[in-house]
Design a protein. Structure first.
Length: 281
């Protein structure tokens, strides 16, 4: 293995470990960067000034406003009572059943409509928090429910405005609805599998006595604290860490359901999609 590749792998692992230990990104990013620079034998100061700082400022320029507006929108939902109102309406609609799958549907429709996933996190979290509280479901399913709607069927469905679809259109010359029928079948299958998984997990946790006030979970970020904390430690470490920061849960508490809904089930969906395309559908 090339030594430079090994350095990058070690840096990624180090980044994940330090992020897991909740080190501030303001410290984490420079530390890992300096680690890579030193092992690569590059000049520290010149590399930081000429590469790291311009890249950091470019990232802030591109995404700070998105994070700010998303956090502000989520706070408005909470402070105006809109989140609770929506949660009550949805609760009456589904009778406080299928709450986790319902959150997945809400986020999926928003992202399929073109809303940024980062914005959706902040907007949907107060609604999800109220719905889970009313249904007395464990909070550990909130990240899986939100992210499943953002990053699975809504990103790959025919006509999706997601970057995954756009890249294929630019690189392969396909249309937004390429392979429409097999894509639609695969999307429905993926949606149903995730829907069933989230509902089964919700019922299992409830049967085990793991409810909304689950003592085994760390105290999460309340909806009232969302605006205050969003500018501090939420938008720095990528999409998943942003979501975990909003929900104030750890990787260990939520990653199993995230892995099933966003890795295992999409892979299983490929075993449906590929044969359909091979048959010329």
């Amino acid at each position: 293995m090339n030594f430079s590749v090994l350095i990058l792998l070690i840096a990624i692992i180090l980044f994940g470990v330090l992020a897991f230990r909740q080190m501030s990104a303001l410290i984490l990013a420079p530390v890992v960067t300096i680690f890579v620079i030193v092992l690569s034998g590059m000049p520290i100061l010149d590399t930081l000034l000429q590469h790291f700082m311009p890249a950091t400022s470019d990232y802030i320029t591109k995404y700070f406003l998105i994070f700010f507006v998303g956090a502000l929108f989520g706070a408005v939902y909470q402070f105006t009572g809109a989140a609770e109102s929506i949660a009550r309406t949805m609760g009456r609609f589904c009778g406080n059943h299928f709450v986790a799958p319902m959150i997945m549907c809400i986020t999926g429709l928003l992202t399929f409509g073109g809303v940024s996933g980062f914005v959706v996190f902040f907007v949907v979290y107060p609604i999800a928090l109220q719905m889970f509280k009313r249904a007395n479901l464990t909070r550990r399913l909130i990240p899986a429910a939100i992210s499943a709607g953002c990053w699975t069927w809504s990103m790959t469905a025919p006509g999706s405005p997601s970057i995954q679809n756009t890249i294929a259109m630019k690189s392969l010359g396909t249309t937004a609805t390429a392979a429409f029928l097999p894509s639609l079948i695969a999307t429905v299958a993926e949606f149903l599998m995730i829907f069933v998984w989230l509902e089964c997990r919700a019922r299992k946790f409830t049967a085990q006595g793991k409810l909304f006030d689950d003592a085994s979970l760390k105290m999460q970020l309340s909806a009232e604290e969302l605006e205050e904390r969003s500018s501090d430690n939420l938008p720095h470490q990528g999409a998943q860490i942003t979501l975990l920061g909003i929900c104030k849960l750890t990787h260990k508490e939520v990653y199993f359901d995230i892995a099933v809904t966003q890795i295992l089930i999409p892979i299983l969906t490929l075993f449906i999609f590929i044969p359909l395309v091979s048959l010329g559908m």
